[in-house]
Design a protein around this ligand. Sequence first.
Ligand code: PPS
Length: 344
Amino acid sequence: MRLASGHAVSYLTGEELLKQQEVFRGYKDGLVRLTPGRWLLTPAYVKYADELYDTKFRSSDVVVMTYPKCGTTWTQEIVWTMRNNPDLNNPMASLPVNARCPFYEMDILMDQKGSASSLRQILEDYLQKVAPGEKPRDGIALQLASIAPDPRTIKTHLPLSLLTPDLLDTAKVVYVARNPKDLCMSYYHHSRLIQSHGYSGTLDQFTQFLVNDELLFSPYFEHVKEAWLKRDHPNMHFIFYEDLKSDIMAELHKLDTFLGTSLSEKQITQVAKHTSFKGMKEREEKHFSSPDDFNMDVAKKDGGFFRKGEVGSWKNLNSNQEAKIELWAKRNTLNMGLHFKYKI
Ligand code: PPS
């Protein structure tokens, strides 16, 4: 089968699928791989792929693009607040960040066996509230994105090659990358926490899945590379999680220029405080802890969605796991001028 993006789809079968389903209990529907790119996605992606690829963006859109666990939610809140709430007086700010910033391809995660039906219900209820005439049909997240008012801040984990080729000619993209060792720790936690992943394997196995490019939305370095190659495009702003952590004020100033928000020093300081880990955890954690889709035992023991928010969690990797990731990163970033920070 060929998609509008030109990719061919193959469904994982046999040993390859078994290996996944043994430890990712949530992947009851299986997984698909796209060629070229080797993108690993859910079978539901196939249903939405052409719409996700063909949809045009608006000139006022800002797309926050990341591989999972690289600082998406933080950056969504930063961009939304800079554009919509720099004086911290917008009543919309009390809505969950994911309601204010549509998750573009969320349907590909929601439309699968084992995904929390309560989440779908919440989104359907929300759609009814914001667009009373609208009849919920398949593609609820796509519908929410399409009726969201300007200016939209949109979240996506899809790489550039799976979105409309004129994206950067039309809208702005903020791409966030994170060092692969911390990414591993964060994605491992997330995969155990969220029932629709239902990860029950070890950290050792997880590390192997990561470096084999066998996690959802992989391959990581291909994802990063596509954006990195466009880093000089005037509508691309490439940032690192570690830089946000080490000097948020400097990063907010750069974002202010990129977004054209012209904020005052006072407003930038307010945004920094409002989007701090502590601030976001206090405000947002309740929206990221549905007992329907979260493993509450993991949440109690190891933390919820807002787990640590730090650089250096990777110190919990053993030397073998660390070496494996280092080698993988080295192989994939040769001669690219792309350097990750592991300490700040
Ligand atoms: S997701 O599920 O892919 O959208 O996750 P994502 O938001 O990309 O990444 C989650 C990690 O980001 C941390 N986080 C933050 N760090 C610093 N400051 C703020 N405000 C913030 N908000 C979220 C979150 O804790 C996850 O990282 P870990 O290392 O697991 O704590």
